[in-house]
Design a protein around this ligand. Structure first.
Ligand code: KMH
Ligand code: ZN
Length: 273
């Protein structure tokens, strides 16, 4: 089996310090969290950023500062969020792509997101795909529901994204596909041959789906954006604790964990100078 790629989603756009007192927010905290996750086995950091007040931001300068902090500390692949927060206009979501991160997310469909709507109409998806192509950014296809897989295939057929695609099944968002093994199997069987995939289970679905990915040959995303607990009722100490557990389980069952450079090779991302 290929080595396991672990992505750490270290902050997200929804959580607050009220919910997680040790949530990394400013560039220095994001840099430290990324470095610790990288040491624990993560090869990709899924990055959202916040403004000085701790609110979700898609400002280019906020992404630039966090990117510098992370790159100064470790060689992890930095994947920008183009999802932002519910309601962020698509031009703002796309703006940080001009920094040419190695990777960024590309959600290929609309989904109810708790009480809100995470809007990704066809024009918005194509715009983000074109901007990624313009800046040489490798997309990770975010699928919050099964129809999003078919939308991604259509984008590839139109030549807007390259094959093989890298899918991330985000499972367990209220409004999206539930975080069950049956649904994961359906997603895995629905992607084109030769694609790679990852699963991001939300809340209590995080660990069982990550373990399933380890043994099925997929990849796993963990971190505060998706889940803040280590076990039932026990808050995770930090993002790295969640990463370290998946890395440990993977090695225990005989699957090695990819370094950032090994992940670049698997994902077709050019090596960093
Ligand atoms: N915050 C969610 C509404 C992404 O990062 O690309 C969207 C999200 C997806 O987190
Ligand atoms: Zn995100």
């Amino acid at each position: 089996m290929e080595k396991l790629i672990i992505t750490a989603a270290i902050v997200g756009a929804e959580l607050t310090r009220g919910e997680v007192p040790h949530l990394p927010l400013n560039p220095r905290e994001l840099g430290e969290a990324a470095e610790n996750c990288c040491e624990a086995g993560a090869s990709v950091i899924h990055l959202h950023v916040r403004d000085a007040a701790g609110k979700p931001s898609q400002a280019v300068e906020d992404f630039a500062e966090a990117l510098d902090e992370i790159r100064r500390r470790c060689g992890v692949i930095v994947q920008f969020s183009t999802g932002g927060a519910v309601g962020t206009p698509v031009e703002l979501r796309a703006a940080p792509l001009k920094l040419a991160p190695e990777m960024a997310t590309l959600t290929t469909g609309t989904v109810n997101f708790g009480n809100g709507v995470f809007l990704n109409d066809p024009g918005c998806i194509e715009y983000l795909a074109r901007e990624m192509r313009l800046y040489g950014v490798t997309p990770e296809i975010e699928c919050f529901d099964v129809g999003h897989i078919a939308n991604a295939v259509r984008l590839a057929d139109k030549g807007l994204i390259d094959r093989p695609m890298y899918f991330d099944f985000v499972m367990g968002v209220p409004g999206g596909i539930p975080g069950t093994l049956e649904h994961l199997l359906h997603c895995v069987h629905s992607i084109p041959e030769g694609s790679r995939w990852q699963v991001a289970g939300i809340g209590r679905a995080e660990l069982p789906l990550a373990v399933a990915a380890v043994i099925m040959g997929g990849n796993a995303r963990v971190g505060f954006e998706d889940n803040i607990y280590y076990s039932r009722g026990v808050p995770a100490r930090d993002n790295a604790q969640l990463v370290a557990r998946v890395a440990r389980i993977s090695r225990e069952v005989g699957r090695q964990v990819a370094s950032p450079d090994e992940a670049r090779q698997l994902l077709g991302i050019p090596p960093r100078a």
